[in-house]
Structure formats: C-alpha cells, structure tokens
Ligand binder design. Structure first.
Ligand SMILES: C[S@@+](CC[C@H](N)C(=O)[O-])C[C@H]1O[C@@H](n2cnc3c(N)ncnc32)[C@H](O)[C@@H]1O
Length: 249
C-alpha cells in the first residue's frame, strides 16, 4: 500500500518509533504519528489505525453470511456465549487487531484463533501499545498462535471452523513477504476450505482485484463473491477487495 507520508506538500505530525523487532521473517516496526498508530513491515507501510473499515468489513461481511451457530457439523455447540460455543473463526494475521476486535464484538462468536507471524507484534498488542487493541487478547474467546498461517491451516481438522479469514499481506499482486505466495495459491485454499464447515466462509482481504484468486476460491469452496470497498486516504481513493467464498460442497 502507499505510504500516506509520501505526499511531499503535506504537514504531518512527526513519526515516532514505539517498538521495533526483527525475526527470521524480517523487520516489524510500530510507529506513532499523532493519534495514529502505524505498522511497517520490512520498511513497507502495512496499515494504520486511520482507515480500518475494510479490515472490519472482512469480519462483518463474513458474519452476515454465516448460518446460525450450532446449525451444522463442526460449529460451536450453541448460541455464542463464550469459549466452546458459537462461531469458531480463525484469523490469519493479527495486524493492529481490527478484524479480530470486530469479530469479538459479535456475541455469536465463541472462539477466535489468531495466527500471527511475528511474535513481537503479539507482545506489543498484549502490552497495550496500540490503544484501540487494548485488552483484545485478554478476551477468553481468543487463542493466539505465533507462526505462519500456511503451516497452521493444514493441521486443522476437517470442518473445524465456521470461517477462516486471511489478511496476511496486500493480496497476491503485491506481497510484502514473498513466502505468502503459498497463502493465495490454489492448493492452500483447497486445504483451507476443508477446515471450514459446509455453509461457512473462507474470506480473503486484498488491496487489489485478483481475478485468479477469485477463481481459485470458487473452485476450492463452490461460490465466491468479490466485494469492492472504496477508501479515501489523503484525497485519493483506493479500491480494496474482500473475497468471500462460501463452502457449498
Ligand atoms: C495487514 S495486517 C492484518 C490487519 C488486520 N486484519 C487488522 O485488522 O488489523 C497483516 C498481518 O499479517 C501478518 N502476517 C504476514 N504474513 C503472515 C503469515 N504467513 N502468517 C501469519 N501472519 C502473517 C503480519 O505480520 C501482519 O500482522
């Protein structure tokens, strides 16, 4: 994504580095610019706390498409009232926590397993360094795993989830981590779809339209919607995309 600080004419608050870490997957930096918190991965702007509607939409749009909790195999055991009941969702990529927080705001959600590549980011969110995500990981419905979602998903039992949401990168056309090619590949999406129960949703966020991804999702799940979402950032409009594939097999 484009860094909003690239606009030379604008006066912007100074960017302060709050935390920085490096692991085998690269460098991750949490910055603050006035009231805005920003995540930078390997020197590339990943996201900030200003325009989060599409990260939230990945969750809300998914939830509107799910049948009632408890109405199918692999779903939770009853209405969403806590861990072990309600919708079970896996989120690939914690980021600044907006998708996860939006899921948790729905009482029908009983469990959110978050898989995040960078352990340091999990620590920072846990420590409350990002105010909008304060307390997020203390919710008893949350399970956090550090690791690559491409390694975790193949270990999931069949029909385990009501929804599996992937927002790990900018989309197949513009990767921050070259290794994330796997996450958008047809074989991985077939594996991901197996972990989602019939009627459930496999959702993917992308910074651009990705027709091949839509085809791969449709083949893996049976149906795929492409939802275009405009975001205006510093006077420029970006069209981000949420792909929602419903498992109909
Ligand atoms: C754009 S952010 C996600 C934003 C998130 N939806 C939100 O609402 O804040 C992408 C996140 O995915 C993580 N990530 C990147 N590749 C990953 C992978 N293969 N497995 C798990 N997490 C990954 C990044 O470290 C980053 O935290």
């Amino acid at each position: 994504m484009n860094d909003p600080l690239d606009d030379p004419g604008r006066t912007v608050p100074t960017r302060t580095v709050l935390a920085r870490a490096e692991d085998e997957h690269g460098e991750i930096v949490l910055c603050r610019r006035g009231e805005v918190f920003e995540l930078v991965v390997d020197g590339v702007f990943a996201m900030d706390t200003t325009h989060t509607a599409t990260e939230e939409a990945l969750a809300t749009l998914t939830l509107t498409r799910l049948p009632d909790p408890g109405s199918g195999p692999g779903s939770g055991s009853g209405p969403g009232s806590g861990p072990g009941s309600g919708f079970r969702v896996l989120v690939g990529g914690l980021g600044l926590g907006f998708t996860t927080a939006t899921l948790l705001a729905d009482p029908r959600v009983g469990e959110v397993e978050v898989v995040e590549l960078h352990p340091a980011l999990v620590e920072w969110i846990g420590q409350g360094l990002v105010p909008t995500a304060k307390g997020l990981l203390d919710d008893p419905r949350v399970i956090v795993r550090t690791g690559d979602v491409a390694d975790v998903v193949p270990t999931l039992p069949r029909d385990r989830l009501d929804a599996l949401l992937l927002d790990v990168d900018n989309g197949p056309g513009f990767l921050t981590h070259a290794g994330n090619t796997t996450v958008y590949s047809a074989p991985f999406l077939v594996t991901a779809a197996r972990a989602v129960r019939r009627g459930g949703v496999l959702g993917v966020w992308s910074a651009d339209r990705a027709p091949e991804l839509a085809v791969a999702l449709e083949r893996a799940c049976g149906e795929c919607e492409e939802i275009l979402l405009d975001v205006t950032r510093d006077g420029r409009t970006f069209t981000y995309v949420v792909y929602l594939a419903r498992v109909v097999r």
